[in-house]
Design a protein around this ligand. Sequence first.
Ligand SMILES: NC(=O)c1ccc[n+]([C@@H]2O[C@H](COP(=O)([O-])OP(=O)(O)OC[C@H]3O[C@@H](n4cnc5c(N)ncnc54)[C@H](O)[C@@H]3O)[C@@H](O)[C@H]2O)c1
Length: 252
Amino acid sequence: MNHLSHRFDGKVALVTAAGNGIGAACARRLSAEGASVAMIDLDAAGLEDTAREMSMDRFLTVTGDCTDGEMLRDFHGKAVAKFGPADILVNNVGQSARRRAGAFHLSEEEVWRFVIEVSLMATMRLTRLVAPSMRERGGAIVNMSSDAAFVGDAGLVDYATAKMGLVGFTRALARELAPHGVTVNAVAPGAVRTKAHDEVPKEAIERIRQTTPAGFVAEPEDVAGVVSFLASQDARFITGQTLLVDGGRWMI
Ligand SMILES: NC(=O)c1ccc[n+]([C@@H]2O[C@H](COP(=O)([O-])OP(=O)(O)OC[C@H]3O[C@@H](n4cnc5c(N)ncnc54)[C@H](O)[C@@H]3O)[C@@H](O)[C@H]2O)c1
């Protein structure tokens, strides 16, 4: 990645669910552009892999569940103790109910709760921890939505609900934090080749690919590049936006 800039030299970034897929790509990208990166994930081996090429003094990993508020507090505390307050927060954690996903009329509240906890509440909780110092020093927050919220993917009502919730969260918080030099944006990826796809039927992925004007499934790095842009000073006049990174599947 030697074509990359040093635009995050001296900056501190927090990335959730950085052990695989899009979160791992975001953490690597921010690190490659100079940031010190604190990462949390359930998957310890995944985190180790993400950090493989990072220098020892510029990363921190915490193995834990982002739906646990105490765990998030511990993660945030460790990150601040090692690197100082966060300049960048990438709220990447989230997922559909995967194997338990299905028709809405058959769905269960316990599953909705899981999806909303992991895809929306975890983001709100960690952001609340980071907001006080960002209000004093400025910063950038990037939330991981999904084009499933815009397209309205059938069988994923709870997921689309949570991911559209993030869009409202992004807008309202952007307005609140803009006077403090903080940008709050979201990214809404279309189909991205990650482990999550192993749990989606192949025909469903193929259907998405066919309805994607670009005609291909993206790589996690395609999303990481956009996250990195939104986290940078190049995007200092962009806030409250949700940028679709979906090969043109949804156009606004
Ligand atoms: N892959 C896609 O096509 C796609 C499309 C749109 C949006 N997204 C969103 O991008 C984000 C990342 O998805 P991905 O495709 O990279 O997934 P992935 O399955 O490749 O990786 C997800 C990571 O999240 C971790 N994780 C899951 N639950 C966790 C929890 N409660 N606490 C801590 N870590 C947890 C997993 O251990 C894993 O390392 C999610 O918010 C997802 O909704 C993905």
